[in-house]
Design a protein around this ligand. Structure first.
Ligand SMILES: *Cc1c(COP(=O)(O)O)cnc(C)c1O
Length: 232
């Protein structure tokens, strides 16, 4: 068995276990393989081991891989910071964007989504507890922003995404993910039909699943540690 195959098997069985531990169905949690900095050969192999959803952070790198892997029915998710001048490429090449945190970006994605493609799936990124991070809207802005995004014609608002401040403390991990879950519940009570919580990475899967994650974004646990990446 290849190393990637073994790691995929490990992560899939961990997800199953964490779901059982919290009385959830394993099918309710999608494994999104974060393939930034990974070669097309590695992605191809992960695909052949059964993975279908892949997440990328850097527009240029992603678009090149998407073209090279066009023979595979992969569902591509954009999860990195998104600037206005890159929205067209993202609107044209991806099925999902997890990192929308302001209306201007959402409007551009909606305007630039090609008419022959289904609506672009969107998660609103929320800055749940990381004062240092500039990504993500403030939780207090989430309802209003979600309402406005939900009105845009070529987008489908699916849920929330969060990257809590990194910590090894399980209690702190749970606290942050619970806050995202509760915010999502508030949005649902406000009438927004959300079905996705994009939260949890290699080092905090257990807490994320226990607190209701429906999509975990996993890179290093599947592919090994990444080389440092400079800016695009
Ligand atoms: C890189 C990245 C991940 C994956 O992180 P790992 O710790 O490698 O699992 C998940 N989400 C986002 C937004 C990322 O940029």
């Amino acid at each position: 068995m290849s190393i990637i195959a073994e790691k995929i098997e490990q992560v899939v069985s961990q997800i199953k276990q964490f779901c059982e531990d919290s009385q959830r169905k394993p099918d309710d949690v999608t494994l999104l393989a974060v393939s930034k900095t990974r070669s097309t050969d590695e992605i191809r192999e992960a695909f052949h081991q059964g993975l279908r959803c892949f997440g990328e952070n850097y527009v240029q790198e992603a678009v090149e891989k998407i073209v090279a892997l066009a023979d595979l029915p992969i569902e591509w998710h954009f999860i990195g910071p998104l600037q206005s001048n890159k929205t067209r490429q993202v609107a044209e090449a991806f099925s999902w964007v997890h990192s929308v945190d302001r209306l201007k970006i959402a409007k551009r994605l909606s305007e630039q989504r090609p008419a022959n493609l289904p609506a672009l799936n969107i998660c609103l990124q929320v800055n749940i507890d990381d004062e240092q991070s500039k990504s993500g809207c403030h939780p207090d802005e989430a309802i209003e922003l979600a309402r406005q995004i939900a009105e845009l014609p070529n987008l489908k608002l699916r849920g929330l995404m969060a990257i809590p401040a990194p910590t090894d403390d399980p209690e702190q991990q749970h606290r942050a993910f619970k806050a995202v879950s509760q915010l999502s519940e508030q949005l649902r009570l406000a009438g927004l039909p959300l079905d996705t919580l994009s939260m949890g990475m290699s080092s905090d899967l257990e807490a994320a699943i226990a607190e209701g994650s429906t999509m975990v974004r996993v890179g290093t646990a599947l592919f090994g540690s990444r080389p440092a990446k400079s800016v695009e």
